[in-house]
Write a protein that binds this ligand. Structure first.
Ligand SMILES: C[S@@+](CC[C@H](N)C(=O)[O-])C[C@H]1O[C@@H](n2cnc3c(N)ncnc32)[C@H](O)[C@@H]1O
Length: 471
């Protein structure tokens, strides 16, 4: 839903950690060491036709300088090269701080290790770290105005949460290191403020991969988050030409991490990995970019009887009863976890399913007056948009029209229209304002696309009703 007025903390007023370099995107060192050579010197492999290149939109990336056959190894890095989380023997103060980080902000844990290595004189990973971007385009660094420019409350909530965490964690870090001798100081005596913590968290969230770690007693593998030097120069595509593979080295049984060509890669093609089937919310929060027409993007709504009653009435349904369901309907809502002791009221519109299955099932059931049919119907069929009108065509038309009306309400919550957004973009705005406006344009386009798709479905159903009444 669109944003209400919130007091939004932001890290934008914090001074950058280092002086600005002249190249885009600025790196920690203006002339960092060559990463390809470093990986090779560490016993790694880099295909001779793979080079680092610069792109105006994506920053640095990897590109093929000649055609590369499908199945070729592109990069191999040995086990000691990835930057991983602290182990038991590591700095006790940092281990303790890492334990204070909530699970959902896992990137901060590895971020502490990254800051530790960044501050350490002679760090093994300095050739890698010095190649990292100096700044990130994630919304925690947006000015307050640009956070508001996102116009979408669930994302504002997440940005707010991250900013508050970083401001509080800054105090914890300061407290933890204040009485340490210089030789014990984990950051070489350097001040680590919320901006430095935000830099590290963003470096990790935008570049780390979740891979297999150690084999567990039950023969499964643990999950480990790692930063993969050079491999993390690959940019993202939902239609990637490369993938990451883990393999055991035949010589010393150590784990190798490889990037392999998934198909023929033509000369001058960028090497892309799929970072995951992520919504624009996650892409923006963790990586600082959005994908136009992202098939995994969606809008989040709260399942709320009064809101759905309003939507149903707007859709022309005479007396909907979402706010006061019958006991048998309430029973099905509980099975959908939309009612009961600890319901999950978060539902979504958009993404591959178009309409959240739980929302669709609830609409179908609450708009049905036929208890017997509804109770007999399989829950999976009720949740599936591709199931052919499981509770009848009239019920299906009413359900889909209600979703369309919910879309209209969601659209009305945005303070500006797409036309306004586009004209603002046309005037020339800062990079973060542009990103925020692109984000909200994409959300609005998504809603309109869903409405279009559902309207088509309603029209097909209406045509069926007309055909049936003629015959
Ligand atoms: C793993 S790094 C890739 C290397 C990075 N481009 C660099 O300059 O170091 C991920 C970052 O690359 C950029 N990026 C990757 N894929 C992108 C895409 N499809 N569109 C826009 N930016 C992208 C974003 O800044 C993202 O945070």
């Amino acid at each position: 839903m669109a944003a209400s007025k919130l007091l939004i903390p932001s890290l934008s007023h914090y001074r950058s950690l280092t002086s600005a370099a002249s190249t885009f995107p600025a790196r920690l060192l203006q002339h960092p060491p060559d990463l390809v050579s470093w990986v090779k010197n560490q016993g790694g492999f880099v295909h001779k036709a793979v080079k680092i290149s610069q792109d105006a939109t994506y920053g640095l990336g990897l590109v093929a300088t000649a055609e590369i056959p499908q199945g070729s190894d592109l990069i191999i890095i040995p086990e000691h090269v990835p930057l991983k989380n602290f182990g038991d023997g590591d700095h006790p103060v940092l281990l303790d701080l890492a334990r204070q980080v909530p699970e959902e902000l896992w990137a901060m844990r590895l971020g502490l290790k990254l800051l530790f290595e960044r501050a350490k004189v002679g760090s093994f990973w300095w050739p890698y770290i010095s190649n990292l971007p100096e700044t990130y385009s994630v919304p925690i660094f947006f000015a307050g105005e640009d956070i508001k420019n996102l116009q979408y409350a669930p994302l504002l909530y997440q940005v707010n949460k991250r900013c508050r965490f970083l401001l509080e964690f800054e105090q914890n870090v300061k407290h933890a290191v204040k009485d340490l001798k210089p030789s014990d100081h984990p950051f070489g005596g350097k001040d680590v403020d919320a901006s430095a913590l935000g830099w590290a968290m963003s470096a990790v969230s935008s570049r780390a991969f979740r891979l297999y770690g150690k084999k567990l007693p039950d023969e499964a593998y643990s999950n480990v988050v790692m930063m993969l030097p050079l491999i993390d120069m690959c940019n993202h595509s939902f239609n990637p030409n490369a993938k990451i593979v883990q393999e055991q080295d035949k010589v010393n049984a150590k784990m190798l991490i490889k990037v392999v060509a998934e198909r023929v890669i033509k000369q001058n093609d960028p090497l892309n990995l799929n970072y995951g089937c992520l919504s624009n919310d996650l892409l923006l929060l963790d990586y600082g970019f959005v994908i136009p027409s992202n098939p995994y993007d969606c809008i989040e709504l709260k399942y709320d009887g009064a809101l759905i009653d309003a939507a149903s009435m707007a859709a022309g349904i005479s007396s909907p009863n979402f706010a006061s369901p019958a006991p048998w309907q309430q029973q099905i809502l509980s099975e959908l976890n939309l009612d009961g002791e600890a319901p999950n009221l978060k539902v979504s519109i958009g993404g591959p399913d178009l309409v959240d299955g739980r929302l669709l099932a609830a609409l179908r059931v609450l708009l049905s007056s036929n208890m017997e049919t509804a109770k007999m119907c399989d829950l999976d069929a009720l949740k599936s948009l591709s199931a052919e009108a499981p509770l009848g065509i009239g019920n299906e038309i009413a359900s889909l029209r209600t979703v369309i009306a919910l879309c209209v309400i969601a659209l009305q919550h945005f303070p500006t229209k797409i036309m306004d957004d586009e004209s603002q973009l046309g005037k020339g705005v800062s990079a973060s304002t542009e990103l925020a406006i692109q984000f909200r344009i994409q959300k609005k386009c998504l809603i309109i696309d869903v409405m279009r798709e559902l309207t088509k479905k309603v029209q097909l159903l209406l045509a069926k009703v007309t055909d049936a009444s003629r015959s």
